[in-house]
Design a protein around this ligand. Structure first.
Ligand code: MN
Length: 427
């Protein structure tokens, strides 16, 4: 099926601002609560949210095989499970409906009232019920920085890193959408030079600049996904801020790996941008530095050129952009991650979320965590209000944004914005 929704020359009859992340070529999918307190699946053009449930009820998806209630749900899991052919047919149809040359909905005031919402009339929800959340560690620059800082070795990767897309199983219960604040966690830490741990608020709260992909039902127990097929099972991507408590992490992570330092919150942007929409922005992955096993070998361009930025906003003060990175720096791409995840027969389901790992670029201003940006606190960042940050302070808001741009078309993710609150106290 052709990707007619990606036609770069198409203009919508809905207004789209010049630097909008959401032109008619994007058409992401999300879930929102409407002004009438109804939850629905929707998409977005410019600053207009579009109720796909209402569009479907009013007959605009006639002749696309969809169940009646497919968009009248509080998650995208069932729609995602319908597979790529359906995603494409629906995106192509939405593009036709909102094409400037199509009058059918444009001239129907009654229908428009039921279908269109301003952003301030809706509340974005988590787009999927995430069954399993896996977090990879796939940026060579970030892995090298982390090994250098935490293990004191000089630019030495762990011996497995260039052979395996390293990952761990995270926790889905604390994945939250943009806008939901997070409390500073408490936990056990081992102060520098001590041999006995202390309990209290984490002193080293950090973000991780990541992207995550959302999968569809992919394989049965025991059945690996061949790398050449992997993208068939990727619905789309979101921005991910994988909150981390570095002091808790350091004390707890041996010998089994990440635990409470990583599972108190993981924030995602609410619109899933489809892999189809990102098609024009494909780019080569970095060249392998070591021979890779056949199940990890791929052909063609499997990475995407997505500009990323991180900003810190202290309470009542201006935003400060502290880093600019790019998804293309990922050493292990999504196809390799999915092939590796299933090589042992582990099943992947509709709505699973796979984080990339911190995405750092090669330069000091492109690192994806405070651990790296402040080099473990030895080089604090200066903010516009005169204050300094080595890690994140209470009441700071961390904002991550991402967008692609090529030949005049800009496709973006919006943002994931999260405020860090002080330690939780019972009211
Ligand atoms: Mn992470």
């Amino acid at each position: 099926m052709p990707l007619s929704a990606n036609n770069p020359d198409r203009i919508s009859w809905l207004h789209v601002g010049k630097n909008s992340d959401f032109p008619i070529q994007n058409l992401p999918f999300g879930v929102f609560l409407t002004r009438d307190d109804i939850i629905t699946i929707g998409t977005r053009i410019g600053d207009t949210a579009i109720d796909l449930g209402a569009l479907h009820q009013l007959g605009y998806f006639k002749d696309i095989p969809l169940t009646e209630d497919i968009f009248l749900q509080d998650t995208l899991n069932d729609f995602i499970a319908d597979g790529r052919k359906t995603w494409r047919a629906v995106r192509n149809r939405i593009a036709e409906i909102f094409d400037a040359n199509n009058d059918s909905l444009k001239n129907n005031t009654k229908h428009k009232e039921a279908i269109l919402f301003r952003l301030d009339e809706i509340e974005m929800q988590l787009p999927v019920q995430i069954g399993d959340y896996t977090d990879f560690h796939s940026s060579l620059e970030s892995a090298t920085n982390a090994a250098t800082i935490l293990k004191g070795t000089d630019n030495t990767l762990l011996p497995n890193w260039l052979h395996i897309p390293i990952g761990y199983h995270g926790r889905s219960s604390s994945v939250i959408p943009s806008g939901i604040p997070v409390h500073r966690p408490q936990g056990q830490t081992l102060p520098e030079g001590e041999t006995t741990p202390v309990f209290g608020p984490s002193k080293l709260i950090d973000f991780e600049l990541e992207m995550a992909f959302i999968t569809t039902d992919a394989n049965d127990l025991g059945e690996p996904i061949p790398i050449a097929d992997a993208e068939e099972y990727i619905f789309g991507l979101v921005m991910l801020n994988d909150w981390s408590a570095r002091d808790i992490q350091k004390w707890e992570y041996a010998p089994l790996g990440p635990f409470l330092a990583k599972n108190f919150a993981s924030s995602i942007s609410p619109w899933i941008v489809t892999l189809d929409a990102l098609e024009p922005f494909r780019i080569e992955s970095p060249k392998p530095l070591k021979k890779q096993f056949d199940y990890l070998k791929y052909e063609g361009k499997k990475s995407y050129d997505i500009n990323l930025e991180i900003s810190i906003q202290p309470q009542g003060a201006k935003e400060n952009i502290v880093s600019k990175s790019n998804f293309k720096y990922m050493y292990w791409n999504m196809s390799q991650q999915l092939a590796h995840h299933t090589i042992n027969g582990c099943p992947v389901n509709s709505g699973d979320m796979m984080g990339s790992g911190t995405i750092s670029g090669p330069t000091e201003d492109s690192y994806g965590s405070m651990l790296e940006l402040s080099w473990n606190g030895t080089k604090p960042l200066k903010l516009k209000d005169g204050s300094e940050r080595s890690f994140i302070n209470d009441n700071d808001t961390v904002i991550m944004r991402g967008h692609c741009e090529k030949d005049g078309t800009r496709i973006g993710f919006g943002e994931v914005s999260t405020k860090l609150l002080p330690v939780y106290t019972k009211k």
